[in-house]
Design a protein around this ligand. Sequence first.
Ligand code: SF4
Length: 318
Amino acid sequence: MPPTHSNQPLIGLSRCLTGASVRFDGGTKLQRFVMDELAPHVRFTTVCPEADAGLGVPRPALRLLNRDGSVRMVESKSGIDHTERVEGAIQTALDELMEEPVCGFVVTRRSPSCGLERVPIYRENGYRGTSGEGLLVSALKERMPLVPIEEDGRLGDEGLRDRFLTRVFTLHRWREQCGDTPTAAQLQNFHATHKSLFTAHDEGKTRELGRRLATCDATSLEDFSQEYIQEAMTLLTRPAGRGAHVNVLQHILGHFRETLERPARNALHFMLGEYAQGHVRLAPVRGLFYHHAQVAGSPWLSNQAYFSPYPIRLRGVG
Ligand code: SF4
């Protein structure tokens, strides 16, 4: 694993995704994107609820069971109930994580401990009933509601990966720039630098946050800042479509009216039109706008997180 830096975001991982042989059958679930591409840009901490609970490797396969309306974790064959043991291991791991909160979590698909969704929940008669989430995911959502969670397999989807990484690095910037109790100036600066990014995902909500920020007084600042980051993280779960990116880039183009010569503005306008018609992808267009923002943009423009919501090398070709 390459060297990491303390100012990089801390990411939680289901331990088997690192290549560790901790699965019930002694196997692993190495996640290539995480370990090869994401690793140079973040720090990792790992949790394996079942191994941390002392159930051993290998161990009997576990499943979720609906017992009198309550979801339990039991051995698939014997029905021995390990719910308290596994939940205890999860709470211990999360207690440690509260010391330095993670900015994101990648979990293992369909695991009764770690699965994000569609984990089978069996009935007492042995048949499959409903489906739900693993015990780790339930606990994470309860104790760290801001933290984005994604499943290993879903990271192969360009859009889901983009939104996950955007939320991870936005939460990291929030913690770095604003801490737990931001001042009005810190909050205003955060909003200013994220305005274009948020607008691409949800223009209406971004305007509303801006209006509420403008009227927020010192007595409501602490409560508002918590609401602000919760709503910002939620709006980033919405896909930013082509039309939304065109709107944002058109707005940015307007900022170049005084500072950029007409031929350069025409070139940006041309590229934006090509993107709007689906002839080119977003990455080169956004890169060109970013270049001009650096050489001829206002400080507001050149600091927009929209240009680089997360490290450019993670961006693929989107
Ligand atoms: S899915 Fe979770 S509990 Fe299962 S081996 Fe991986 S980390 Fe451990």
